[in-house]
Write a protein that binds this ligand. Structure first.
Ligand code: PAM
Length: 416
């Protein structure tokens, strides 16, 4: 039986925060192994890297999510006991609810709402000296996502709600004030969503069938029970917040457009869907999720390594996207690589891998790709702008990270 390589550190929690995104990849390279063991928050954790390991990790017969996501991530990012922490039939049933919102007509409705907002904001930006794209994109996405979901949003609350969704995401790797802001944002958001769910159920808030608000409010589990109000509030927010989180990828896409100007012309080529290649490369190249975790369902062995029941297992998302075994010249931003990509559900895992319905792959992945393509084409041709001197670096020890300036644009002019 092969010996599992152990990181000599007594506990790696602080190293994770110090090294950030490359923490797992650094060790996988140091140990020259796709599997090794660390101690994290006082517990043993088996760490996996690479596409073959991702295929193992995304086998729902081998792993569960209940108990795998730290409470501090649940109290900020996704809510306590939400779909991300469920397994088996319970997960499947709820995931079907989320996937029902991802039908082409529903996605198309979201894209039309987004297109309207981009246009509206472009005209506003003409009056502004300085536009911070990340902040503006959060508002655009928040307005469109709420309208799409059937959640009323008053003009005066747009900024607060958009920031709150952003702070929930920003809290996932934060300690101290960032964690507290995330928690506060979540409590405020849950209170808001509870009032929406109650109003729908009482009949005082009319919502269209097929919207997220209607679907979640009237969803019945396998026993035929409605979700309790708090759980429904959490899941409704799980349909909206991740859409607002696309602002991070859109900001990175703007950075890529700025740093690699030759792509501007290629994006105009009518003979090819170059935007698709471009946004896939943005999702590969720029960091968002550092790793994902699960617990071993029952004892099993893989390549002779023992996985005892209940052990924490971490999959290296960041490192798997920059390993030269799967990505030639991984440190080069090169969208054309996706012309050759075979579409494996395990090597390209920026939003998780495996199956949508039976596994924990992000339900909103198609929406993310479509919203990014729309935003890239809009930034390329829907407006003209200058990019003044600013700090566009992003810190790999900050999770989630972002270009420091949020991508500032000046002299914005709408072309349409
Ligand atoms: C959303 O749900 O709003 C979309 C954004 C989610 C991306 C983050 C996923 C992070 C997964 C696990 C976090 C563990 C990191 C802990 C770092 C110390």
């Amino acid at each position: 039986m092969p010996e599992l390589i152990r990181d000599p550190s007594l506990d790696s929690t602080l190293d994770v925060l110090r090294e950030g995104y490359p923490f797992l990849y650094n060790r996988s390279q140091r140990f020259d192994s796709d599997i090794f063991q660390i101690q994290l928050m006082g517990m043993k954790a088996i760490c996996l890297h690479g596409a073959e390991a991702a295929e193992l990790f995304y086998n729902p017969k081998l792993f569960i999510r209940k108990g795998a996501i730290p409470r501090r991530v649940q109290t900020t990012l996704m809510g306590i006991d939400a779909i991300q922490t469920r397994d088996n039939g319970e997960h499947r049933c709820r995931k079907e609810m989320f996937m029902s919102l991802m039908e082409p007509a529903s996605r198309q409705r979201l894209m039309s709402l987004l297109a309207e907002q981009w246009q509206r904001y472009a005209h506003r930006w003409e009056q502004m000296d300085r536009v911070v794209l990340f902040r503006e994109a959060q508002e655009i996405l928040c307005r469109a996502a709420c309208a799409w979901a059937g959640v009323p949003l008053e003009e005066k609350e747009v900024r607060l709600r958009a920031r709150d969704f952003g702070n929930m995401v920003d809290g996932f790797g934060g300690v101290g004030p960032r964690h507290w802001h995330g928690k506060q944002a979540r409590s405020r958001g849950e209170k808001w969503m509870r009032s929406i769910i109650r109003a729908i159920r009482k009949g005082t808030l009319p919502v269209q069938e097929g919207t997220a608000a209607h679907t979640v409010a009237w969803y019945r589990d396998a026993e035929g029970e409605l979700l309790d109000v708090q759980m429904a509030a959490i899941e409704l927010m799980n349909a909206i917040r991740p859409i607002v989180a696309i602002s991070t990828y859109i900001t990175f896409a703007a950075l890529a457009l700025h740093e690699y100007p030759p792509y501007r012309q290629l994006l105009r080529d009518p003979a090819e869907d170059y935007a698709e290649l471009f946004v896939q490369e943005v999702r590969r190249y720029f960091p968002f999720t550092p790793f994902v975790g699960a617990l071993v369902r029952e004892d099993f062995t893989w390549h002779g390594f023992e996985f005892p029941k209940g052990t924490m297992v971490l999959l290296d998302v960041y490192g798997t996207l920059r390993d030269e075994r799967w990505w030639q010249d991984p440190e080069v931003f090169w969208p054309e690589r996706f012309r050759q990509w075979q579409g494996s559900p395990y090597d390209f895992i920026p939003q998780g891998g495996g199956e949508y319905l039976t596994g924990h792959r992000c339900a909103g992945e198609w929406i993310t790709i479509e919203a990014m393509k729309q935003a890239v084409l809009f930034l390329n041709d829907g407006i003209r702008y200058d990019v003044p001197a600013q700090d566009l670096s992003y810190d790999l020890t900050r999770m989630p990270t972002l270009p420091a300036s949020g991508f500032v644009m000046t002299e914005v002019r709408a072309t349409g």
